[in-house]
Design a protein around this ligand. Sequence first.
Ligand SMILES: [Zn+2]
Length: 278
Amino acid sequence: MQFGNFEIHFLSDGLFKLDIGAMFGIVPKPLWEKERQSDARNRMQLTLTVPLIRAGSHNIILDCGIGRKWNAKQRDIYDVQEHPNLLDSLVSVGLKPADITIVIHSHLHHDHTGWNTQLNAKGEPEPTFVNARHIVQKLELESARHPNEIQRGTYLRANVEPIRAGGGWDPFDDNREIVPGITVFHTGGHTAGHSAVSINSGGQKAMFLADLFPTTTHRHLPWITAYDEYPMETLEAKRRLFRECVEHNALVLLNHDPNACAVRLQAAGEKFEAIKEC
Ligand SMILES: [Zn+2]
């Protein structure tokens, strides 16, 4: 879609599944099952939408899916299919990995950093987007490089260290304007260094809140995943950012909702409603 002077495309890295109870944290099943169903293994179908912003000479992606470096056991756990994937999706808009100039990382969990690397003929991970700067909150990169027992399953060396070896990381503190109109800023909550992206052009505003708002069902402020390391921070970030989105009638880009890639939020008293845009 045209968005001011930018173009926004919604690329896809396919689908995967996560434990549905974990996706809704403390919220009991009788509440979430009105909107979301689980499979026989108690998993929720999620999508891996990757927003692409074409801004002048820049091709910018917001996170990069779950990738395809998975072994058979991991594929089974997360139900990751080979196709479609992000590289197929890039071809569909006439781009190849070398055309990506900037990867903005909301955070470095495995379902957001998968295509940072792919396996070469020797089976070693090497950078996929060879001409890209990888923008990341410094605190997030530190967490990913030194994960604790809780984080180790999701901060994968294979998605992080080859970028470091190639000099591809471009860390920042707090917030930074990446190109005129596109700013990344710290939110915390989901992870210590989790960040969101504000996209502004021609009087329009879009926001990518990443895993603070993974699906429309998470429009309820206290519906926060069990994966969130700092849920009280998530709660306050959602309250503040949802209000900002309503105030500016922002297009809110979603990465994990199988039924919607973008919504607009409306205030309904203390609550919020999500109106599907695509
Ligand atoms: Zn995620």
